[in-house]
Design a protein around this ligand. Structure first.
Ligand code: GLV
Ligand code: MN
Ligand code: MN
Length: 364
């Protein structure tokens, strides 16, 4: 492709198209390549492919830019194997130190730190680059193309979502510890049943998170039971909490109340609550929003400004450089599911907007 490849210590991967002035900070565009256990074919990877297409379009059109344009694929945006998500972009933007998640384990007990080291070893032929703003410099700007993952653009018949910001999110891991016992013999009155106290905890959390306006997003998506046997009382249950809200005060209040709600629901077991992720609601740069909007209009596409319910790596670039996002419609609003779909024409439209925005920013 004629692009220079490099990788940083978080295994964030970069492809660089050189500009005419190598001393200027580059424009960065991309997304992530990891997915969900039941993920589709677009969440993340389309933003990387779109950035690659945009760079190739700029080059093939013979357009020269002052700044370099770099395509980036961030490490572990989803956080489904190793919690939390957005590790690569958080480390790049210095939101957390790069070794913050080394002890995070997957369901097989493998640690993120060891798996990252093995991955970097397998890619040792790639040139290493400094890690983001921690070891290097901030980009000039960051633009991420992504599927909407919600129903709005399709319902309104709009081609492009110009993303104004991202709602806040907090993740917790709850561990409920009881004692394993015989399902046929142990009287209920003598049990320390971690599953029963988990049911009480989730019921209490549902009450805490109840929101008649249906703005709060509260999800228990992962439960691990030990020893996980039909005829043994559960000794230990570990479950995840994903909480989101666009209002920082509500997110803070509800999140801060999680530990007490869980503790109050315990009858015979002990519970611990660990916070894994805390991202305030964020807003994107007005200048990038306006540039995306103008590019869409120039290309004859209909656009609408909208917030993002999902989090994205752009959330962690926004504090270090002007950042923004381009959404394209998701059929039926479905995502994190194999039926996730956006048509080739819709993807092409989003990619053309990205190419136009990237070319314009790279000449500033
Ligand atoms: C990203 O996949 C998210 O969970 O918002
Ligand atoms: Mn994504
Ligand atoms: Mn996702």
């Amino acid at each position: 492709l004629g692009l220079a490849v490099s990788i940083d210590r978080m295994a964030n991967l970069f492809l660089r198209l050189e500009g005419t002035d190598p001393t200027l900070q580059p424009v960065l565009a991309g997304s992530h390549m990891d997915s969900q256990p039941s993920g589709g074919r677009f969440d993340g990877i389309w933003g990387v492919i779109a950035a690659l297409e945009a760079v190739q379009a700029v080059r093939d059109a013979g357009v020269t830019t002052r700044r370099a344009v770099e395509v980036v694929a961030w490490t572990n945006e989803e956080g489904s194997r190793f919690a939390p998500g957005c590790m690569g972009s958080m480390a790049f933007g210095a939101a957390q130190p790069p070794d913050a998640w080394n002890a995070s384990t997957d369901t097989d007990g493998l640690s993120f730190g060891a798996e990252l080291a093995a991955h970097l070893d397998a890619e040792r032929d790639l040139p290493r680059r400094p890690l983001g703003v921690v070891e290097g410099t901030a980009p000039f700007a960051y633009v991420e193309a992504h599927i909407e993952q919600g129903p709005r653009l399709e319902a309104e018949g709009v081609d492009i979502g110009v993303v104004t910001g991202i709602q806040g999110a907090r993740w917790f891991t709850v561990e409920v510890l009881g004692r394993s016992d015989h399902a046929g013999t142990a009287p209920l009155s003598l049990r320390k049943d971690a599953m029963q106290d988990t049911v009480r905890a989730i019921t209490a959390l549902n009450a805490l998170m109840a929101d008649p306006a249906d703005v709060t997003r509260f999800t228990v998506g992962r439960v691990e039971v030990s020893p996980n046997s039909s005829n043994s009382v559960a000794e230990r249950v570990r479950f995840s909490i994903d909480l989101r809200h666009p209002d920082a005060a509500v997110l803070r209040a509800k999140g801060d109340a999680v530990a007490a709600a869980v503790a109050g629901a315990m009858t015979t077991c002990a519970a611990t609550v660990v916070e894994r992720f805390n991202a305030d609601p964020s807003v994107f740069a007005p200048g990038i929003i306006a540039t995306i909007e103008a590019a869409a209009a120039r290309l004859g596409l209909r656009s609408v400004r909208m917030p993002s319910g999902a989090f994205h790596d752009a959330r962690f670039l926004a504090p270090v450089c002007p950042a923004g996002m381009i959404f394209v419609p998701s059929r039926g609003g479905i995502s994190h599911h194999p039926s996730e779909y956006t048509s080739p024409a819709q993807l092409a439209a989003g990619t053309r907007v990205l190419a136009s925005v990237v070319a314009e920013l790279a000449n500033r």
